[in-house]
Design a protein around this ligand. Sequence first.
Ligand code: NAP
Length: 261
Amino acid sequence: MLTSIAGRSVIVTGASRGIGRGMARVFAAKGAKVLVVSRDQAQADAAAAAIRDEGGSASGFAADVADAGAAARMAEAAIDRHGGIDILCANAGIFPGAKLSEMTLEQWNHVLSNNLSSTFLSVSACIPALARTGRGRIVITSSITGPITGSPGWSHYGASKAGQLGFMRTAAIELAPRGITVNAVLPGNIRTEGLDGVGGDYIAKMTASVPQGRLGGVEDIAYAALFFASDEAGYVTGQTIVVDGGQVLPESLSALEEMGG
Ligand code: NAP
C-alpha cells in the first residue's frame, strides 16, 4: 500500500485522451488534483469533466507544450488552481508515420518538437514549483519504440523517445539535490482511442506479438506512473520501467510461433 497522494497537485500533459487520460483518471481516483492538458481546450475540459463526474478533482487547460510560453502558462495554472506542483507527467506525444526515404526535415522537426522538446519545456517550466515541495516527481512517457525496438516509419518517433531517456538521465542528476526524481515509463502497444477503427485484423496482428496475448490498457501505464510518483519511490531516479506484456522478449520468429502454444 503506497502512501496516499490525496490532495497533491498533478499535471498530466496529453490528458484529453489515451494514456494521459488514463493517468489523469487514476491519479484523480487516488485523490490528487489534476490539471488535464491538451492543445484543445474543449477536449481537455471534456476529459476533466468526466473525471469530476467520477468524483475526482480535475480541470482542463489548453497548452501546446512544444511552445515555451504555453508550457510556462500551464505551470502557472497548476500553481494558481492547486497551490503548487507535486507531480508532472510529461506524456504528450504524437506518432505520425513517415518512411526514412521520404521523410522531410519538417516532418522530422515536427515529431522531435512535439515529443522531445515538449518534454524539456514541460520539465523546465515545472522545476521551481516541484523543487518547493521537497519531493517533486517527474514521470516521462517514453516508449519501447526507440529505446529498445525499431519500427518502419517511425525513425523520427524512435529518436524522440530514445532522446527523452538521454534527457532524463542528466535531468535526474541535476534535479536530485532539489529533491526531484525523474523516471520514465516505456509502454508497448496500448489500446487507446487512436486504435478504434483500425480494424480487427490489425489489432490481431499487434496482439500476436505480445506474450500475454493482449494489448495493454491505459491503466497499465498509469499504475507504473503512480509508483514513480509515490513517496515510496523516492530513492528511484533516472530509471525506466517497460510495461508491454512481454512484447520485447521473444528473440526470434520461432519464439513468437511457440507462443501460440
Ligand atoms: P493519443 O491518444 O494520440 O493522445 C495524445 C495526447 O497528447 C492527446 O491528449 C493530445 O491532445 C496531446 N498532445 C499531443 N501533442 C501535444 C502538444 N504538443 N501539447 C499538448 N498536448 C499534446 O496518444 P497516446 O497513445 O495516448 O500516447 C501518449 C504518449 O504515450 C505519447 O508520448 C506516446 O508516444 C506514448 N506511447 C503510446 C503508445 C501506445 O501504444 N498508445 C505506446 C508507446 C508510447 P491534443 O491533440 O488535443 O493536443
